[in-house]
Design a protein around this ligand. Structure first.
Ligand code: MLT
Length: 249
């Protein structure tokens, strides 16, 4: 598998995604939240490129409205972007329309032409690596959401975690950006909380009293959900394929 990496969602514009498998990460917090929502039994998460689009989705399709502006839920939203608040009581069986500053826009950008798209974070890195390891795409493009056009260390670190786990399946061929992500991860593989807490995103969350979200996101491999892009929405590839697997077995 050849792995390429974009440090920001804006950089995706220069990459031809046709035929590629894409994995999108916004570790603090959007893709952590998406993994948490699906692990809690949400039927699907629909990432919205704009707030208006998210509000329309919720108004017309009965989806729960979730997301953030400056880290906090905009007025009228059912949920913010704190992963722990996506409990089975709140989201089981529901579709969630998610609008966030960077993550949902990165997903919207990635889903235009790629052959397949998954969302990942530290919390589900092993599950997503297993999924990709089984799919064996010849080319994987990892898209870090970044922060409004700038590099984000936590996304790069989580990307490195995914690459390290993929390497257990078969040694990947990495471009320089993917190699840098792997090196960043290896330098602090056993200190995820320390690494995440030192980032600018964590400082913004701390200022809003949301440090628990950083603690939540800094737990590698605790979730088994695999947010997989199907028909305009992210569904859990694990539970979505369970009935077929059960029938086949
Ligand atoms: C984003 O999409 O930029 C983040 O998830 C922002 C946040 O911390 O909610």
């Amino acid at each position: 598998m050849r792995i390429e990496l974009a440090f920001t969602r804006e950089a995706v514009a220069d990459i031809d995604l046709r035929g590629a498998a894409v994995a999108v990460v916004d570790c603090l917090r959007a893709t952590t939240t998406i993994a948490a929502a699906l692990a809690a039994g949400a039927a699907a998460v629909v990432p919205a490129a704009t707030e208006v689009e998210a509000r329309k989705l919720a108004a017309s399709g009965g989806a729960l409205l979730a997301g953030e502006r400056h880290c906090l839920p905009p007025e009228g939203f059912d949920l913010g972007n704190s992963p722990a608040s996506f409990t089975p009581q709140r989201v089981a069986g529901r579709t969630v329309a998610l609008w966030t500053t960077n993550g949902s826009k990165a997903l919207a950008a990635a889903t235009t032409s790629a052959a397949s798209v998954v969302a990942f974070a530290l919390v589900n890195a092993a599950a997503v690596a297993r999924h990709l390891g089984r799919q064996r795409p010849s080319r994987l493009v990892i898209v870090c959401a970044g922060t409004e056009g700038r590099f984000s260390l936590e996304d790069t670190y989580a990307a490195g975690a995914l690459i390290a786990r993929l390497a257990a399946w078969s040694p990947p061929v990495c471009d320089e950006a993917a190699s840098a992500a792997l090196l960043a991860y290896q330098a602090a593989a056993h200190r995820p909380l320390e690494l995440l807490q030192g980032t600018g995103a964590a400082a913004r969350l701390r200022a809003k009293g949301l440090l628990d979200d950083v603690r939540y996101a800094a737990r590698p491999d605790v979730l088994s959900s695999v947010p997989d892009w199907r028909d305009g929405r992210l569904v859990d590839a694990v539970t979505a394929s369970a009935p077929a697997a059960a029938a086949a077995g």
